[in-house]
Ligand binder design. Structure first.
Ligand code: IMP
Length: 170
């Protein structure tokens, strides 16, 4: 399949720096736990955390949605849980792309049930086209209306994650 660059790496880098600055300022004096949703988030997560100027802890969570093809079924299960206890902590969930919102909604609710002080969300891409669950994205990198995106960690069938740019799959 062909790919076409939508967001060049340079623009991603600049936006990630801005997000990191904003987050560092909002959480000044605190030590949030940043929780990355595997696998697509890895490059974004690493770049974001390294660009921040405040201390933080990091952990990862992974959810699987049992549906067909590119569609999320809504039947979501946690297949890898975090290891840091988040009770009484400020939690920032970091996601690569929010599509239907089902995954993020499930994860945020699961984390809220553990008594954190706060739970906020940072997503690199907010793709509104197929939103089913309302989710609040406190820090958003880019808004995209439609299309299937790959690169900078995002995959199609485990391909294209390695591309430095965010591309549209043609
Ligand atoms: P949601 O539960 O429908 O919001 O789906 C979120 C997950 O679906 C993301 O974490 C991605 O793994 C995957 N996903 C949704 N849209 C895309 C896309 O355009 N490219 C790559 N993965 C996507």
């Amino acid at each position: 399949m062909a790919t076409e660059i939508l967001i060049p790496h340079k623009a991603i880098r600049a936006r990630v720096q801005e997000l990191a600055r904003q987050i560092s300022s909002d959480y000044a004096g605190k030590e949030p736990v940043l929780i990355g949703i595997l696998n697509g988030v890895v490059f974004f997560f690493a770049d974001l955390v390294m660009a921040m100027s405040i201390p933080c802890k990091i952990d990862f969570i992974r959810a699987a949605s049992y549906g067909s093809g590119m569609n999320s079924s809504g039947n979501i299960k946690l297949v890898k849980d975090i290891e840091i206890p988040v009770g009484g902590k400020d939690v920032l969930v970091v996601e690569d792309i929010v599509d239907t919102g089902l995954t993020l909604n499930h994860i945020v609710r699961a984390l809220e049930a553990r008594g954190p002080l706060s739970v906020k969300v940072c997503a690199l891409i907010d793709k509104k086209e197929r939103r089913e669950k309302k989710v609040t994205i406190d820090y958003c990198g880019f808004e995209v209306e439609e299309g299937f995106l790959v690169g900078y960690g995002l995959d199609y069938d485990e391909q294209y994650r390695y591309l430095p740019d965010i591309c549209v799959l043609k």
